[in-house]
Design a protein around this ligand. Structure first.
Ligand SMILES: Nc1nc2c(ncn2[C@@H]2O[C@H](COP(=O)(O)OP(=O)(O)OP(=O)(O)O)[C@@H](O)[C@H]2O)c(=O)[nH]1
Ligand SMILES: [Zn+2]
Length: 210
């Protein structure tokens, strides 16, 4: 075993598997990586205040932030029969994701709408689904597309609209050092002009009320 490995603690989650699928990140690798990063910035990872940081805290954070990579963490998208042919709109869903270029967070609000075919999904599942999709390394455009395509598949919706407005910490805290909002949109199916207008109006109302 390499010298640095002698610092590593065993976690029984690192090798969990269910039906051959990984159910967790590789904690041992994460511990080793965080130790190296701390050393790279001139820190002593064995300083008392930092030991839990690389042994437990940051690997746990990475596990949470990568839930969207694992199918078993996907929320159960239970649907119900419902006689609803209008657009169902959910606004102001919090989004926290990680930019794949700088490994820094971006956060904002997602707005989601769908026209059901013959089934509607439980309301709470929309924010749950957005959160699950967000917990991965991705670009905002791709996240918006993945939520729209994924929801269309899950619900069997005739049309889906997703809009995300977010601020990227990689633009705010470093680099250009300017916090500006970025809005991205993805559509599945063919929302009518009236539906598009209803979606925009609902977003406007949500923004006016905050
Ligand atoms: N389109 C898009 N760009 C993103 C996203 N997240 C970060 N970026 C951008 O990705 C780009 C990466 O540019 P590079 O030139 O490779 O990296 P960099 O030298 O760190 O660039 P700066 O951020 O301008 O300092 C930057 O312009 C970021 O603003 C995203 O979700 N979508
Ligand atoms: Zn970035």
């Amino acid at each position: 075993m390499a010298n640095e490995d002698t610092h590593l603690i065993e976690t029984n989650r690192s090798s969990d598997s269910k039906n051959g699928e990984s159910t967790a990140i590789d904690h041992e690798k994460a511990q080793r990586g965080v130790r190296l990063l701390l050393e790279a910035v001139g820190e002593n990872p064995d300083r008392t205040e930092l030991t839990e940081t690389w042994k437990r805290r940051v690997p746990d954070v990475l596990e949470t932030f990568s839930e969207g990579e694992r199918l078993e963490d996907k929320p159960t998208m239970r649907t119900f029969d419902a006689d609803s042919d209008g657009l169902i709109v959910k606004t102001g869903v919090p989004v926290y994701s990680l930019c794949e270029h700088h490994l820094l967070p971006y956060h904002g609000k997602a707005h989601v709408a769908y026209r059901p075919e013959d089934q509607v999904v439980g309301l709470s599942k929309l924010p749950r689904y957005v959160r699950w999709q967000s917990r991965r390394l991705t670009m905002q455009e791709q996240l918006t597309r993945d939520i729209a395509d994924g929801l269309a598949d899950e619900i069997g919706a005739e049309a889906v609209l997703v809009e995300i407005t977010a601020t990227h910490m990689c633009e705010a805290m470093r680099g250009v050092e300017t916090a500006t909002a970025t809005t991205t949109r993805a559509t599945v199916g063919s929302p009518t002009d009236t539906e598009q207008r209803r979606f925009r109006d609902a977003i406007q109302r949500a923004e006016d009320s905050t």
